[in-house]
Write a protein that binds this ligand. Structure first.
Ligand code: AMP
Length: 218
């Protein structure tokens, strides 16, 4: 059976950075809905163009599209023993309900939720300093984790860019969307699965160590 950990928290809380590190260590797959959507945008398909305008405004892609997309991706993994870090889904109550329903049908097991807690002030600063690799999606922070060569990815030599939705006005909108649509999932999910809250303002190393401990105790 596939097992899934949900990585949740506000934009810029470190979910993607930590999930990518855990994947590098081995034993986990990383499925980021943001990365999936950005890949779709790059293809310039009709769906990609629609998605781009939504993402650029800091709004959420409609639940129907997201639920179908996640179902498609999850069904592509080998069924036995795959451990997935699902980063950025669910983001609304109806996405949460759909995920629990699929799990209750035996399609996968939800191991639990890791919820990254970070204050708005820190989120805004992180977004301003965040750069991502256009080629491999590695994540940098100009202050706390700069690349060795300015503007170039340490891992693949790709060009580092600022995400279009990391500009201050869109970040404010994304935080508002998180507060109104995603934060209510915390108490909802707690009724069904265990939720581990992580202080996402600690250093990347400290968070990584805490996650390793939590996920190793499985
Ligand atoms: P992220 O990389 O997780 O910050 O996601 C970037 C953007 O993709 C979000 O601001 C949303 O516009 C969109 N997005 C990602 N995941 C979802 C989701 N589960 N539901 C709706 N929109 C999403």
């Amino acid at each position: 059976m596939i097992s899934v950990w949900l990585f949740m928290g506000p934009p810029g809380s470190g979910k993607g950075t930590q999930a990518k590190r855990l994947k590098e260590l081995g034993g986990f797959e990383h499925l980021s809905t943001g990365d999936v959507l950005r890949d779709e945008i790059q293809t310039q398909s009709e769906l990609g163009i629609t998605i781009k305008s939504i993402v650029d405004r800091g709004e959420l892609v409609p639940d129907g599209i997201m639920i179908d997309l996640i179902q498609k991706y999850l069904s592509n993994y080998p069924k036995e023993g795959t451990r997935i870090l699902l980063d950025g889904f669910p983001r609304t109550l109806s996405q949460g309900r759909a995920l629990l329903e699929r799990a209750s049908q035996g399609l996968f097991k939800i191991e639990g939720v890791i919820w990254f807690q970070v204050s708005e002030q820190v989120l805004i600063k992180r977004a301003a300093n965040r750069r991502i690799c256009q080629r491999c999606a590695a994540i940098y922070n100009l202050e706390s984790k700069p690349p060795r060569t300015e503007g170039i990815c340490d891992l693949c030599g790709g060009i580092l860019i600022q995400r279009g939705d990391d500009n201050p006005a869109v970040v404010a909108k994304r935080i508002g969307t998180y507060n109104s649509q995603t934060a209510p999932l915390l108490s909802f999910l707690r009724s069904y699965v265990r939720v581990l809250e992580v202080n996402g303002e600690q250093s990347e190393e400290m968070i990584f160590a805490a996650l390793l401990k939590a996920l190793k105790n499985e």
